[in-house]
Ligand binder design. Structure first.
Ligand SMILES: NC(=O)c1ccc[n+]([C@@H]2O[C@H](COP(=O)([O-])OP(=O)(O)OC[C@H]3O[C@@H](n4cnc5c(N)ncnc54)[C@H](O)[C@@H]3O)[C@@H](O)[C@H]2O)c1
Length: 272
């Protein structure tokens, strides 16, 4: 059911790679809710060609941009305003990549070049996006920017590797930039801390399937799906959450604040 929550709003949605991507679901929901937007992803991701299907079904144009490149991001914000006919009301940062995770290099034997690449792609890209948007004055007053994160930024998850530190940085950028952009232009910036979700990035993490089941068993409401996450992002892009900024918002079925569940104890053979 649609509520026209984004009617008349213009957006930029990054990170839709295939139909499993969280950003893909956000784009579908944003379309249902009446938004017009552009899709963006790294030029290399375009080669897979899947984004064209989403572009067709949502009527959104695609602007390739490597999120580590200030030049590409400048082009992204300039062209998006031209295409959409005005300033941008919402932006989704849905970008994450760790070479250390991909190559299965343990945290305590990390490759620092890969670590820096991970920081650049997954955290600094958020700062760059915001800095470019602010310099161009490309986001309208009360506009909303959301980045996706994971609660390994707060707690130790050994398999999450360097992405844990990188997500902590991402969340910090949301707070710091949220202050400056809020004071100067009333733009709000939040991170959404999502449940484990079966996507290309998620499934690249060692032992992801088992952990997905564990998180599902801990969470009173179960794991939040990509569709649920998209719905939540839509509320954050809407005017109904106008005074929410500089927050890290858990969207995880109650996982983060649950210590233990009877379902997990039962899995361990402990009867209550
Ligand atoms: N899947 C999960 O379990 C989970 C949980 C919490 C948070 N997240 C976060 O959600 C976000 C989206 O991930 P997803 O799970 O939908 O996976 P995904 O693999 O579908 O999306 C990751 C995207 O990042 C893009 N990307 C990588 N390098 C880039 C670059 N240099 N420039 C521009 N784009 C680039 C990829 O092309 C891809 O579209 C990530 O930030 C991820 O960390 C995922």
């Amino acid at each position: 059911m649609a509520y026209n929550l984004l009617k008349g709003k213009r957006g930029i949605i990054s990170g839709a790679l295939n139909s499993s991507s969280i950003a893909w679901k956000v784009a579908e929901k944003a379309h249902e809710e009446g938004a017009s937007f552009v899709l963006t992803n790294a030029p290399i991701a375009m080669r897979m060609g899947e984004l064209n299907a989403l572009s067709e079904s949502t009527g959104a144009q695609i602007i390739p941009a490597d999120a580590t490149s200030v030049e590409d991001l400048t082009n992204l914000f300039e062209k998006s305003q031209e295409i959409l006919g005005g300033k941008i009301d919402f932006v989704l940062h849905s970008i994450g990549m760790s070479v250390n995770v991909r190559k299965n290099i343990p945290y305590d034997a990390t490759n620092y070049d890969y670590f820096q690449k991970g920081i650049d792609v997954s955290a600094l890209s958020f700062h760059k996006m915001l800095a470019v948007a602010k310099k161009l004055d490309a986001i309208s007053e009360w506009g909303s920017v959301v980045a996706l994160t994971y609660c390994a930024a707060q707690r130790a998850y050994p398999f999450y590797n360097d992405m844990a530190d990188i997500k902590a940085m991402l969340e910090s950028i949301a707070r710091s930039f949220g202050y400056h952009y809020g004071v100067d232009k009333k733009v709000r910036i939040n991170t959404v801390s999502q449940s484990p979700t079966k996507t290309t990035a998620g499934s690249g993490i060692k032992g992801f399937g088992d952990f997905f089941d564990y998180a599902d068993a801990i969470s009173p409401l179960g794991n939040a799906s990509a569709e649920d996450c998209a719905n939540f992002c839509i509320t954050l892009f809407s005017d109904l959450t106008k005074m929410v900024t500089m927050q890290n918002l858990y969207h995880d079925g109650g996982y983060f604040t649950t210590g233990v569940s009877t379902a997990v104890l039962e899995k361990m053979g402990i009867q209550q």
